[in-house]
Design a protein around this ligand. Structure first.
Ligand code: ADP
Ligand code: MG
Length: 327
């Protein structure tokens, strides 16, 4: 089911609810055929942004362009987008195949044709064997795939997903995210996926768009955003970084770029906590100015020279790994 490749663009898009500015004049060009994650803390405006793209929420100001035309005033079904909902909202009294075919029924497509199309979608999400079951006869992961098939049957150019994995247990969440990524590659359409989990965004996204307080703080390829956070907020929210205030300004440094040595080396510090994390051990240590830093030390390295809280140590890093923050 290949679709023409289409660009989605937000032009100074604003959403207001009364006096609340939920989304403040954001601009973004979503690369065609890519997997984008909108990432940010609760309340930063992710769902509002997604719902405006979908047409489930009106745009207060600005334009949403898909394939060069402004879709911001079109009804949801006419936009070329489809939304997969956080709560799967499957119809409990309809079989899996009829759930998937539902939007075609609304469009007046006849029974044979819509069942044939729905069967195709069920094959895509590997649920052919479950076609005649009712939703409550499926596992959470299977219900998720029905919801996906139901969104994809409209053949959208852009699939919108709002925290699609949040209801799943951790094991299933990781499996399902692999399936989403694979499906996006197979279909070649754009996925825009809202999440507040930085690990989920890094695992899935070609491009990560980090939102905070109704604006986009930083956008770019996942590795760029992780390795070169521009602001303190992005460094802290993406995790894996220390933010340090040095006489020259504020810097971010990856926790795995900080080493723990004997006192007298590097920067004097006191160990305040140790956390075993499996492949690594997280060493928390306090330096002058009451700043607490984390050094992520490979497990073997740590246990060949272990530390305990209260130890005096030297924190060592290479100045080239310090990354200057702009705010
Ligand atoms: P996120 O998805 O990032 O958690 P939302 O887009 O849901 O954020 O919300 C952004 C802001 O807009 C929040 O302050 C939220 O309380 C507010 N908001 C969201 N929906 C509505 C609504 N229907 N009416 C009023 N305020 C809303
Ligand atoms: Mg939300």
């Amino acid at each position: 089911m290949s679709q023409p490749v289409q660009d989605l663009e937000l032009v100074s898009v604003t959403k207001r609810y009364g006096k609340t500015v939920a989304v403040d004049a954001i601009n973004h060009h979503f690369r065609p055929s890519s997997y984008t994650c909108l990432l940010g803390p609760s309340g930063c405006g992710k769902s509002s942004t997604l719902r405006m793209i979908a047409g489930h929420e009106s745009v207060s100001e600005g334009a949403i362009n898909l394939a060069g035309r402004d879709i911001s005033h079109l009804p949801p079904a006419k936009r070329g987008t489809a939304m997969m909902f956080q709560s799967y909202a499957l119809f409990p009294h309809l079989s899996v195949i009829d759930n998937v075919a539902f939007s075609l029924k609304m469009k007046g497509v006849d029974t044979r044709e819509r069942r044939a199309k729905a069967a195709e979608m069920l094959e895509l999400v590997d649920l052919t064997a479950m076609a005649e079951r009712l939703p409550d006869q499926l596992s959470g992961g299977q219900q998720q795939r029905v919801a996906l098939a139901r969104a994809l049957i409209t053949r959208p150019q852009v699939l919108l997903l709002d925290e699609p994995l949040s209801a799943l247990d951790p094991f299933l969440r990781i499996r399902m995210r692999g399936e989403l990524r694979k499906l996006q590659r197979e279909l070649g359409i754009s996925f825009v996926h809202v999440t507040h989990g930085q690990d989920e965004a890094l695992a899935l996204a070609d491009e990560v768009v980090v939102m905070n307080n109704a604006v986009i703080e930083q956008a770019g390829p996942a590795r760029d955003v992780f390795n070169a956070p521009r602001t303190r907020f992005v460094a802290q929210f993406m995790g894996g970084h220390n933010v340090v205030a040095l006489p020259e300004g504020h810097f971010a440094i990856r926790t795995d770029a900080v080493g723990v040595g004997a006192p007298g080396n590097g920067v004097e510090a006191n160990v305040t906590g140790i956390e075993y994390q499996g492949t690594h051990v997280s060493v928390l240590a306090r330096i002058a100015g009451d700043q607490e830093l984390t050094a992520l030390v490979p497990e073997n390295e740590f246990y060949s020279n272990p530390h305990t809280p209260g130890d005096r140590v030297g924190l060592i890093w290479d100045a080239k790994n310090l990354h200057k923050l702009t705010a």
